[in-house]
Each structure stands twice: as C-alpha cells, then as structure tokens.
Ligand binder design. Structure first.
Ligand code: DON
Length: 319
C-alpha cells in the first residue's frame, strides 16, 4: 500500500467519514460474483446471491447502514459467540474454558476428526462440537427452558425480540445428522452437559433465529462496549466475560481461516453459513455484513472484502 492505514485510536471517525466509507465499500464490492451460496441446509440455497448489506453501530449507539440491511436471514454460526457468552454467565468463564476449550482446531467447522484427535474433545465454542456443548451448558432443566435462555439472551444483545424461522429449523433438522453424531460422540466422552438429541435440537433452533444486518451490528456493538448494549443501555454481559468472548472470536471466529482473518483485518469476528459476519472493534463499535455467497471455509466473500476495507479506512485494526 502506498499510504499506511490509520492506526486504531479511541473512537470511530466522524459520522460523515463513516458514512462515506461504508457507501464506498458497498459500491466497490456489490458486483463481486465470487463464492457460492450454501445449500447443505436446503433452504439456505434459496437466498439470492445478490443480497448485500453493511451496517455499523458505534459503541455510543451511532449507526450507519447501506444495502440489504433490513432483510432477515437465519443467524447460523454467528449465534455461537453470543451463546458462549450466555454459557459463561451460567457457569463462569473459567469453568466454561475447561468444559469447552479456547483453542483453534485447524479443521472445518463440522469436523469429527477434530473431536477425535484432541484429548479435550471440544476445542472451542465456535465450531459445531464446542457450540453444541456450550448450548448444553445453558441455564434451564429442560430443552424448552434452555431454548428460552438462548432466545431471550440473544434478543438482549440485539435489543429487540428475535424469533425463529420455522422453515430453516425444519430444513436443518431434516439434514443435521452430522451434528447429531457430533453430540453423541461428545456424550460418549463425557463432554456434553445435556441429552445429545435435545442439545442438538436447541442448537438447531438457535441457528434458525432470524436477524438482519442491523441486528448483528447492534449485537457486535454490545461486545465492543464491554457488554452493554449501546442502543438499549442494558448491560447484557459482565465485562470480564465480554473480553473472553472476544478472545475466542479472535482465535476461532472464521474457522480454519481465523489466522488469515486476524492477519488481514486485526479484529475479532464471527461468520455464519447464511452469509453474515460480525466484527468487533473494542471501544469503537460493531460491524456487520450480510451477503450469502461463501468461500470454501464457509465465510461470506463480499463480507470479508467489505470488512477489510472498513477496517483499513476507519483505522479499526487492533494491532
Ligand atoms: O450446524 C450447522 O451446520 C449450521 N447450523 C451452522 C454452521 C455455520 O454457520 C458455520 N459457518 N460458517
């Protein structure tokens, strides 16, 4: 690069600059046609590859969006850091680390090999094995109670009542044998903390919660603001938990490409197969992108490009 990008300082740049950079990123990448829309969950394959939205919410609640920011889609794996946060709230972040792990697997998100090769079985709560185990740790004696813990908890991050897409839930339930297998294997090793079928079912509901790019940006901004939702003013998480959630996102948020992401973008992030990515700039704000075409690891192509552009132009890189 001819000019070094600005270094990270205490706040987002001014409103006009943020708006201009967000608009620029949108225009620059909207015509990119690389990547493939996921269809291993059949209903996801119906999403238009043209959808693209970018939303930024500052740690003091300022917000900017462009493109398809009101389109709803299922949250999928972007739910995982937020459910990990709820599990930490339930059992404490120390116990959560020992029960779930906080290191990268180096394998795809739905890997069984990763479970077999690692003596701790679950390596972190952002791949399916650790995520299903995190869900199994949540408050509630029954599946229904655990599901309500997820739904109300994630709604507090978003600052509005989230609901599940029945269509996505049914489509994934009909095709989620690998996740059910992962849960059974974890149970066999004593590394699941609830009935495997029921835990997988709550996890599948969790992945089917419907959000917009705006919702995801508010959720990310809550993590950027020490666990307090900057739009509603509600303290959703203890700051000590918030910090640990960001650490896990930094090591595993983009699966086996997490190192590449941190190298290029320099912030904790989390992607999902429906095309969402959240990125957190601690103290400054949250970014969310939505665009369904994915790369081979399952990360939104336009989302990665736009986030890198925003990180550089807005001086968000932590390093
Ligand atoms: O369990 C699954 O396969 C999906 N419900 C979520 C996977 C996901 O989003 C991973 N993404 N990159």
């Amino acid at each position: 690069e001819s000019q070094p990008p600005p270094v990270s300082t205490g706040d987002l740049p001014g409103a006009d600059q943020v708006r201009a950079v967000v608009d620029d990123a949108y225009q620059r990448y909207r015509t990119d046609t690389s990547g493939t829309v996921a269809d291993y969950i059949p209903v996801l394959g119906k999403a238009s590859p043209d959808l693209f939205g970018i939303y930024v919410v500052g740690a003091r609640g300022q917000s900017y969006g462009v493109g398809d920011v009101e389109t709803t889609f299922s949250i999928q794996s972007v739910s995982k850091p937020f459910v990990f946060a709820l599990a930490c709230h339930q059992v404490g972040y120390d116990a959560a680390r020992h029960k779930l792990g906080v290191n990268g697997t180096g394998f795809p998100f739905d890997s069984l090999i990763a479970v077999e090769l690692n003596p701790a079985r679950t390596m972190n709560p952002l791949v399916n094995a650790g995520a299903i185990a995190a869900t199994s740790l949540l408050a509630g004696d029954t599946a229904e109670e655990k599901w309500q813990t997820v739904r109300t908890g994630l709604s507090m991050f978003a600052g509005r009542e989230l609901t599940m897409s029945t269509e996505v839930y049914e489509s994934e339930t009909a095709t989620n044998r690998r996740n059910r297998g992962i849960a059974q294997v974890l149970e066999s090793y004593g590394r699941l903390y609830f009935d495997p079928e029921a835990a997988t079912d709550v996890y599948t509901r969790q992945c089917s919660l419907e959000v917009t790019a705006r919702d995801l940006a508010v959720m990310a901004a809550t993590l950027a603001n020490g666990g307090m939702n900057p739009v509603t003013g509600v303290q959703v998480l203890a700051p000590g938990v918030c910090r640990r959630v960001l650490a896990v996102m930094a090591i595993a948020g983009l699966y086996e490409l997490s190192g590449d992401w941190l190298y290029e973008i320099g912030m904790p992030g989390k992607s999902g197969v429906s095309g969402g990515i959240v990125t957190v700039s601690p103290g400054k704000g949250g970014l969310a992108t939505y665009s369904p075409p994915l790369d081979d690891a399952g990360n939104s192509v336009r989302g990665q490009l736009a986030t890198k552009y925003l990180a550089e132009r807005l001086g968000l890189n932590l390093f």
